[in-house]
Ligand binder design. Structure first.
Ligand code: NAD
Length: 492
């Protein structure tokens, strides 16, 4: 059966003004940033370059909305109804949002329209259902003298949340922050990435259309070092939730620490894919390849260290070569393409630099390694054989570059998997339940996928440790992260 390629919506640009207090407004200083299509290197439009003054205005609008109670004290079921409408609108506008995403950051249209945008809608729908299910605890306490005591906890909305997001999955990563924050009753100021701001601006309009009151959700586009830094440092926010690189995450953590502010950090990854000798390679190979090359490897959860038992290493390398050589790297909107572009010139040069470094350090380049074409930021899916000490195995490349590393027994596999500064996720491929069971608890990561891979599900927590971050998004933890727990001791 042939599945029809989803219809592509024409590029419909949102108003590029900032979204503050329910209106699209010009930035105070009037500057702009060029939005570039990485497949053509052509300018799409100019984004507003928000500054500290704009962040001030957005935080003030969010604070006013929060304190008014228009959203924070609205019954949860009512908030849920509005968020459910938002989910429906995101779904109805999936083609428009996906065209914006794929044009701005080069991901295959098929993947934005069939994967990311529906995942964002699912996240809103999930948290719409949670908005009236924010529970505390209760405890029968011992009497104090002849006074009886009863205790319980309340979970109240935290207040004004600053959210900073990366470019690689702009709508879905925004939804992981915005949907639970709104469900909890918070107000939000979002600073999207400068390489992917158009879909988040459109998202703001959809949320307004769904009935989110003015000032509850605000968007300040702009550069990280100006708008982002101003938001992270702003005294008027109660929490900062950040997804991006460990470099910026570290700065945000120290700013938050200084002000005793709550913080969630979702940072990078360098996930190991542990392939045991009893793996079912026929079903595992597509996952292993996708774990490296999906979205050109520009995925925090990418499994770019393929840690394989020595007895099947040649087979796995052959499988990756076959996948890489069968890839069609090209226009993200062309149904024939299986790989899109790298997001921008800087990232493109960085990836090619890592490939050169891999070769210089003696890794064995088995396929790929070069630019594709001479216009747009296209890179071949690339596979090295090497060991875990190589720079390409230690640093997050955020590109289509796999390193295959061998192990001889399970202890060595676990040692290699954990020999990294990152701890976001890992994959295990094995048909042997005792192996799977014994390896899972030994991996120093937040998530383990067994015999597969995919997008985190809103019903379960997502997050990492060490250089991969602090805290959890999604699941119940991701909702509670936008609440303050208050304990009440009741005497009577
Ligand atoms: P980045 O850190 O360069 O930028 C992320 C965001 O931070 C952008 O909005 C940027 O404008 C802003 N920013 C930059 N400098 C800032 C500053 N000084 N203060 C405040 N904000 C600032 O990251 P990126 O290149 O956009 O994204 C790639 C990174 O994101 C990778 O490391 C990837 O692994 C990570 N990521 C993690 C997850 C996850 O769920 N763990 C998901 C997606 C991406």
């Amino acid at each position: 059966m042939t599945v029809a390629f989803p219809e592509v919506a024409p590029l419909t640009l949102p108003d590029t003004g900032l979204r503050i207090g329910g209106r699209a407004v010009a930035p105070a200083a009037g500057g702009g940033i060029d939005a570039i299509n990485p497949a053509t290197e052509e300018r799409i439009t100019e984004l507003a370059a928000g500054t500290a003054e704009d962040v001030d205005r957005a935080v003030a609008a969010a604070r006013e909305a929060f304190e008014s109670g228009v959203w924070s004290r609205m019954p949860g079921a009512e908030r849920g109804r509005i968020l459910m409408r938002a989910a429906d609108l995101i779904e109805q506008h999936a083609a428009v949002l996906s065209t914006l995403e794929s044009t701005e950051m080069g991901k295959l249209y098929l993947h934005t329209v069939a994967g990311d945008v529906p995942a964002a809608a699912a996240c809103f729908r999930h948290y719409a259902g949670s908005a009236d299910k924010i529970y505390g605890q209760s405890a029968q306490l011992p009497n104090v003298g002849d006074q009886r005591r009863f205790g319980f906890t309340l979970r109240q909305p935290l207040g004004v949340v600053g959210a900073i997001t990366p470019w690689n999955n702009p709508t879905v990563v925004a939804s992981w922050k915005v949907a639970p924050a709104l469900a909890a009753g918070c107000s939000v100021v979002l600073k999207p990435a400068e390489d992917a701001s158009l879909a988040p601006l459109r998202l703001a309009d959809l949320l307004a259309e769904a009935g989110v009151p003015d000032g509850v959700f605000n968007v300040v586009t702009g550069l990280g070092e100006t708008a982002g830094a101003a938001l992270a440092a702003h005294p008027g926010i109660d929490k900062i939730t950040f997804t991006g690189s460990p470099r910026v995450g570290r700065q945000i953590q120290s700013l938050a620490g200084d002000k005793f502010r709550k913080v969630t950090l979702e940072l990078g990854g360098k996930a190991p894919q542990l392939v045991f000798p009893d793996a079912d390679l026929a079903s595992a190979m597509p996952w292993i390849a996708m774990g490296n090359f999906y979205h050109q490897g520009q995925v925090c959860a990418a499994g770019t260290r393929v840690v394989v038992h020595e007895s099947i290493a040649d087979q796995v390398v052959e499988g990756l070569i076959e996948f890489a050589r069968g890839s069609v790297v090209g226009d993200p909107f062309d149904p024939a393409s299986t790989q899109g572009t790298i997001v921008n010139e800087r990232q493109f040069e960085r990836i090619l630099g890592y490939i050169e470094k891999g070769k210089a350090e003696g890794a064995d380049l088995v396929t790929g390694g070069a630019r594709v074409g001479d216009r747009g930021y296209f890179v071949e899916p690339t596979v090295f054989r090497g060991d875990n000490s190589l720079t390409i195995a230690r640093e997050e490349i955020f590109g289509p570059v796999a390193t295959v590393i061998t192990f001889s027994d399970a202890d060595e596999a676990v040692r290699i998997a954990n020999d990294t500064q990152y701890g976001l996720n890992a994959f295990i491929f094995s048909q042997d339940l005792p192996t799977v069971h014994s390896v899972i608890p030994q991996l120093r990561v937040g998530t383990v996928w067994v015999n597969g891979w995919g997008v985190p599900d809103p019903s379960l927590p997502w997050g990492g440790r060490e250089a991969s971050g602090i805290g959890r998004e999604l699941g119940v933890s991701g909702l509670e992260a936008f609440t303050e727990e208050k304990t009440v001791h009741l005497g009577f």
